[in-house]
Design a protein around this ligand. Structure first.
Ligand SMILES: Cc1ncc(COP(=O)(O)O)c(C=O)c1O
Length: 365
């Protein structure tokens, strides 16, 4: 038996461990800004919905309860501006990371097929291609890709790690190109509700897709929007033929979302007050860290949305990681997201107010 793990890249976070130890030795403790993991409470109404559904002895369905499907279609229409979203256009999934990692395999991709994603990207797009035995391909401009053998095209707006947002016009051009060449577009929109200087647009918006979901699927997650990373609550929306195929596969293979998590998702998508509250927290932390970084000689590029500041001092990223670790601050080196990021660091503002204030003080010295 060949080891599947041998197809995968080296798990990069292990390389950060010595820097983490240095930062942790700071007398006032580490400020960990390396991972975009929520730290604020799960909204009370979501916790209540989860608890109220705790008595769920039976198997959940793969497609989700009718109430969940209504919540997904309703949210897609209200929040994304998508038109005519029916139950056949939505599918709940266990975490978007899991979806990204296993989608090429579930769609039957393999050797000879290509999966493309941005040159600077969330590493799991590559992992998904490699798990399927498909060929990973990076792009600067998707419409300049060679479409031969290309089966899946990942878009990610707002982007992890850069926070860059693609305009409706850029998305429209890419969708048109992909449709012309029969390439399925997967648009990872898990930071869509976290625009700061611009309003991110979904691939499902009529201005982008022309009112048809043919050949496009949007990926959404409640991890960032609703502090639910621990619940593994996510969903896909778009082309009914693609989602129907995934549903058929998953009926055999499982991967159902837990019933209490389905109920929690309904509650979370039905509420915007907690999203507004959480956005205000992040906006404050982002502003504080941004000016502290700029004051300490950093330049911030893109970063108009998402939970990250993409920062550089025009030096190798590991030098920056080392210097910040000496001040007790841990950030992610840009080369985790592709060699093109090797002079940047990614600074997450998912830390408590108290830890962000500590980072600001340390950067001022
Ligand atoms: C671009 C992108 N997609 C997907 C995910 C995965 O989110 P989750 O699995 O929590 O839904 C992340 C997490 O950081 C991400 O940055």
């Amino acid at each position: 038996m060949s080891a599947v793990s041998s197809r995968l890249p080296v798990f990069p976070w292990d390389r950060l461990e010595p820097y983490k130890a240095t930062a942790a030795a700071h007398p006032d403790g580490i400020v960990d800004l390396s991972v975009g993991t929520p730290v604020d409470p799960v909204p009370a109404l979501v916790q209540r919905a989860l608890a109220d559904a705790a008595d769920s002895p039976g198997y959940p369905t793969v497609w989700g309860t009718p109430a969940l499907r209504d919540a997904l279609t309703g949210w897609a229409e209200r929040r994304l501006g998508a038109k005519g979203v029916g139950h056949a256009n939505v599918l709940p999934v266990v975490g978007s990371k899991e979806l990204v990692a296993w989608l090429p395999t579930q769609l039957g991709l393999g050797p000879g097929d290509k999966v493309a994603y941005p040159r600077l990207a969330y590493p799991t797009y590559e992992v998904g291609a490699r798990l399927a035995g498909a060929e990973p391909v990076v792009y600067d401009e998707p419409t300049e890709l060679d479409p031969t053998g290309l089966k899946l095209l990942w878009l990610n707006s707002p982007s992890n790690p850069t926070g860059r947002v693609l305009s409706a016009e850029e998305l429209r051009r890419t969708v048109a190109w992909a449709r012309e060449h029969g390439v399925l577009v997967l648009s990872d929109e898990c930071y869509l509700e976290l625009g700061w200087e611009t309003e991110p647009v979904s691939v499902l918006h009529p201005d982008v897709c022309g009112g048809s979901f043919e050949g496009i699927v949007a990926v959404h997650s409640l991890s960032k929007r609703s502090n639910l990373a621990g619940y593994r609550a996510a969903f896909v929306a778009g082309d009914a033929a693609v989602l129907g195929e995934l549903l058929r596969i998953r009926k055999h293979g499982g991967m159902m979302v837990a019933a209490p998590v389905q109920a929690a998702t309904v509650a979370a998508l039905g509420d915007t007050a907690h999203v507004t509250e959480q956005r205000a927290r992040y906006a404050r932390r982002r502003a504080a860290l941004r000016s502290a970084l700029e004051g300490a000689g950093f330049r911030i590029e893109h970063s108009e949305a998402s939970l990250y500041l993409w920062a550089t001092r025009d030096e190798p990223c590991w030098d920056t990681v080392g210097a910040l670790a000496e001040r007790g601050i841990l950030v992610a080196p840009g080369d985790f997201y592709g060699v093109a990021g090797d002079r940047f660091v990614r600074v997450a503002f998912t830390a408590t107010d108290e830890r962000v204030e500590a980072a600001v003080r340390r950067l001022a010295r």
